[in-house]
Design a binder for this molecule. Sequence first.
Ligand SMILES: O=P(O)(O)OC[C@H]1O[C@H](OP(=O)(O)OP(=O)(O)O)[C@H](O)[C@@H]1O
Ligand SMILES: O=c1cc[nH]c(=O)[nH]1
Ligand SMILES: [Mg+2]
Length: 217
Amino acid sequence: MKIHYISENNSVLNHFLGQIRKVNVQNDSMRFRRNIERIGEIMAYELSKILPYKNVEIQTPLGIKNTTEIDTDLVLCPILRAGLPLHNGFLNYFDHAENSFVSACRFHPNNDDEFEIRVEYQAISDLNNKTVLLLDPMLATGQSIVAVHQKLVENAIPAEIHIVVVIAAPEGIAYLEKNLPENCHLWVASLDEKLNAKNYIVPGLGDAGDLAYGSKL
Ligand SMILES: O=P(O)(O)OC[C@H]1O[C@H](OP(=O)(O)OP(=O)(O)O)[C@H](O)[C@@H]1O
Ligand SMILES: O=c1cc[nH]c(=O)[nH]1
Ligand SMILES: [Mg+2]
């Protein structure tokens, strides 16, 4: 797996990452969603640099400009719920992309820290020969991403798969390296220290889905 860490140089990205973590800022859910969206826009821009391009001629009112345009069909696939604001950011930049949606959530059968991942809702477009961007702000154990990836490749052979996460734990990265094909790309905005006993990322930010949309039963 090729891993791209995008916050190695100082930039305004660090402000947005700081705001989604900061306890007295992150509880403003509109700001939280908008910050994840802004991070998505920056990640979309960074990712766009390694996509295939073709030469094109643009007719302006005054002449012709030779330039380039992205030369692959993109499909954006957020993991519901927390992937939605990240998806908004990607869609702001890749506005011609197709979209697929898959839900994944932690289910605690015994009401303790043990959980399994439930993949339920899915609306998946034709992914054959397309460049699929799988979007989720949090990579903790990695089980959600691996479960959704399995669904995506059940009936299709995408040209490329890029997994995009905002905050990653080393344990999750190791799990993806073990369970996903070599040719996947992983994009990480911020690498954190570890998981805690409940498999939350430390220092992380808490529960991204709850911060964006409120707590669930
Ligand atoms: O790497 P993992 O250990 O699988 O954990 C990460 C997943 O956990 C969160 O989803 P959650 O289950 O909280 O659902 P939500 O988006 O509805 O809040 C997050 O958005 C990821 O999808
Ligand atoms: O730290 C974590 C782990 C899983 N899901 C989250 O939203 N946060
Ligand atoms: Mg959640």
